[in-house]
Design a binder for this molecule. Structure first.
Ligand SMILES: [Zn+2]
Length: 246
């Protein structure tokens, strides 16, 4: 392939722009915010589930408490009714009186046991409610950090996008100046090797850093200026410049 030496030199500008674009793309993929967002999202989801579990437990205990308090009320009402019968003097038979007194005593023991149950449920409910508050606070803190990381990521992506846009504009201008066949070769090599063209600098290909043999240098020296050369080692377009060492 033949191309004017100036067009070949412009390939180095194109390669420089592409390398900057690659660095931007790499920065975009490896923003520290991305890892932080990922980690915080997972923690948020875990905490959100734990909050719901604690809320469910707290709700279950509230219902359990209502039921236990109902049981206490029922027993107390029966004891009160028995006590009223006793106080009314309507029961006179000693055997019935003894039976009534025994039932009242039994109901009072039962009430005391049930009140213990209520207290125990209340303690568990308070612990569950404290857990809900603690987990919800942790969840909210993680959510706030997540929002901050997302804002920071968006700002960074905005900066990168702006810089990439400017580079793309300059790249379009440079590619517009190049002959179509030379540009097509460059793009194909870029696709294959990441970088499409490199300078021959001091007898070395700057793409792969390999020093050219004396025979190779002699072949390049003898080649016409508009000949498009390729590095034997890395296959990139090798561009001759004053600093090539020829
Ligand atoms: Zn090379």
């Amino acid at each position: 392939m033949k191309a004017a030496p100036d067009a070949q030199k412009r390939l180095l500008d194109l390669a420089e722009l592409d390398s900057k674009l690659d660095r931007l793309a790499h920065r975009r993929r490896t923003l520290p915010e991305l890892a932080e967002i990922d980690e915080r999202s997972k923690r948020f989801a875990k905490l959100a589930t734990e909050v719901i579990e604690a809320e469910t437990e707290s709700g279950d205990l509230a219902r359990e408490q209502t039921k236990a308090e109902g049981d206490v009320d029922t027993v107390r009402a029966r004891a009160d009714r028995d006590q009223k019968r006793l106080d009314s003097g309507a029961v006179t038979s000693p055997r019935d009186l003894a039976g009534l007194q025994s039932e009242i005593a039994s109901l009072q023991r039962r009430q005391s046991d049930l009140e213990e149950v209520v207290l125990e449920i209340m303690e568990r409910r308070e612990a569950a409610e404290a857990r809900v508050r603690d987990l919800a606070a942790q969840r909210d803190e993680v959510a706030a950090g997540l929002t901050a990381a997302e804002t920071s990521r968006d700002a960074a992506l905005g900066d990168i996008g702006k810089e990439a846009g400017e580079l793309q504009g300059r790249r379009a201008a440079v590619s517009g100046e190049l002959p179509a066949d030379l540009l097509a070769l460059y793009e194909k090599l870029k696709e294959q090797y990441g970088v499409g063209a490199a300078m021959l600098h001091g007898g070395r290909c700057q793409g792969c850093k390999v020093a050219l043999s004396i025979a190779e240098m002699n072949r390049i020296k003898a080649a016409p200026h508009d000949e498009v050369l390729r590095c034997d080692e890395c296959r990139r377009i090798l561009v001759r410049m004053p600093e090539s060492g020829l």
